[in-house]
Design a protein around this ligand. Structure first.
Ligand SMILES: Nc1ncnc2c1ncn2[C@@H]1O[C@H](COP(=O)(O)OP(=O)(O)OP(=O)(O)O)[C@@H](O)[C@H]1O
Ligand SMILES: [Mg+2]
Length: 452
């Protein structure tokens, strides 16, 4: 709901006063309905559930305070603004105790009333989004982020906090942990959500083009600049700019970047005009921040300007308890994309995934699930649908126990068979694992079969 469309119910027995206020409140862009007494008001509240109620305290039949009391009893939480000619502290305290949002005395100060209505609308909007966030958190998601572990709860908390603020921030974490998703979620939950979200990956741009990519250029600024091009700050105006791989930002550009960040103004290459912008900047890196500073890859002053707040996204191996939820999330997405009908991960598959150490983090998990979805097509994802190296990790921890007295030939046979079982019967994988030629495995197996 936007402030524009909020519905205000105005309750007053004085018709002239009521009409005058209704016209006024409508002129602020709200929808207004009116009631002349508490009983009519009560039925209008049930019928139309207005967003804000403004009521005179003294009404025929049922007073404003009675109305408050009834609404409280019925669990109606609509913000109520009371108006009275008897503006005493006693009345005010009583009304506030019964849940009124605020109190106004006659003659009504228009600016004051306007501010109160605005606050009431903001409050219900906030209530709505808080409830929504709460529900999302319980479901283990926040924006585009999925997770229910304590480690991810900390990230969620930081994201929510940053969404309410305008400060810059640095997001740290290994490759594939979800740094970009974190930045995007901060943007989507912030008041900039309607503005653009732009991610600029310095590592992906040829060194010679980075400057023009970031600051933009005017036509003819350099050889090949046939067209003028806005810089990333201009493009992200009113929104959020993610400076990805900040560790790859050329050192020579960093002082200029710092100046632009501090002044909120930038000039295109070859341009003379200063262009103002309103952008929240978030930087990310998968490198160790201390190292970047020590090796002087990142200037300290730029670091301090960006680092108002740091969010560290944990590697997946530190929160394997989220794998089930993440897996289900990706299965849902890939079922749609590939028109498959996968129900979920079989427990033994989940066990494998949880035992693996995920050097590629959530991105790797996502790829593993996509591949498995395509392989399995329907019903469940089995261990045989995940890549061999995931199963090998399990094989490494699985033990073969041999009683003393076992012959060397028997020990070899048991080792080969157990290894094969652990890698899902893949002879090449088993051979790699045992450090022998796959041919050796084939021959041995043939010999075992012949001996049976
Ligand atoms: N918590 C999460 N919930 C849902 N999806 C996630 C989560 N974390 C990561 N992903 C998914 O994993 C993939 C990689 O995430 P992302 O690109 O944000 O990682 P990154 O940390 O920026 O990696 P890099 O350092 O390589 O740039 C994306 O497809 C993203 O949607
Ligand atoms: Mg990234």
């Amino acid at each position: 709901m936007t402030q524009r469309s909020a519905h205000v119910l105005l309750v007053d027995d004085d018709e002239a006063m009521r009409e005058a206020l209704a016209v006024l409140i409508e002129s602020w862009g709200y929808r207004v309905s009116t009631a002349g007494d508490g009983v009519v008001a009560r039925s209008e509240i049930t019928r139309a559930s207005p967003d804000v109620i403004i009521t005179d305290v003294v009404l025929p039949g049922m007073s404003g305070l009675d109305l408050l009391e009834e609404l409280e009893r019925d669990g109606v939480t609509t913000p109520i603004i009371l108006i009275t000619a008897h503006g005493t502290v006693g009345w005010a305290v009583d009304a506030m105790k019964r849940g009124a949002m605020d109190f106004l005395t006659k003659p009504v100060d228009h600016d004051h009333l306007k501010a109160l209505v605005e606050r009431a609308v903001e409050e219900i909007e906030l209530r709505g989004s808080t409830l929504d966030l709460q529900r999302q958190l319980e479901e283990g998601r926040l924006g585009h982020l999925v997770g229910r572990s304590a480690a991810m709860a900390e990230v969620f908390e930081a994201v929510r906090l940053l969404a309410q603020k305008q400060t810059s921030a640095i997001i740290l974490g290994e490759s594939g942990v979800g740094k970009e998703v974190v930045a995007r979620t901060i943007h989507d939950l912030s008041r900039r959500a309607d503005g653009p979200f732009l991610a600029v990956n310095t590592a992906a741009i040829p060194e010679g083009l980075i400057e023009s990519e970031i600051f933009g250029h005017e036509k003819g600024a350099f050889n090949g600049a046939a067209q003028a091009r806005p810089g990333c700050f201009e493009q992200a105006d009113g929104g959020t700019l993610l400076l990805d791989e900040i560790g790859d930002m050329p050192l020579t550009l960093q002082p200029r970047l710092l100046r632009v960040l501090e002044e909120g103004r930038s000039r295109r290459l070859g341009g003379s005009r200063e262009i103002e912008f309103d952008v929240r900047v978030i930087a990310a890196t998968n490198r160790d921040m201390d190292e970047l500073l020590e090796e002087r890859v990142l200037r300290e002053d730029l670091f301090y300007r960006l680092n108002v707040f740091t969010v560290t996204v944990p590697p997946l191996r530190d929160h394997p308890e989220d794998i089930a939820l993440l897996g289900q999330h990706f299965i849902g997405r890939f079922n749609e994309k590939h028109e498959t009908d996968i129900k979920g991960l079989r427990p033994e598959t989940l066990e494998l995934l949880e035992a693996y150490d995920w050097p590629g983090n959530v991105r790797e998990l996502r790829n593993v699930i996509e591949r498995a979805t395509i392989l399995a097509q329907k019903s469940w994802i089995l261990p045989s649908h995940v890549p061999g190296h995931l199963r090998n990790d399990g094989a490494r921890v699985k033990k073969v126990v041999l009683p003393v007295g076992t012959t060397a030939a028997e020990a070899e046979r048991r080792l080969i068979i157990e290894t094969l079982a652990a890698v899902g019967g893949n002879k090449t994988e088993a051979a790699r694992h045992l450090g022998v030629d796959p041919k050796t495995i084939y021959n041995k197996l043939k010999a075992y079969e012949a001996a049976e």
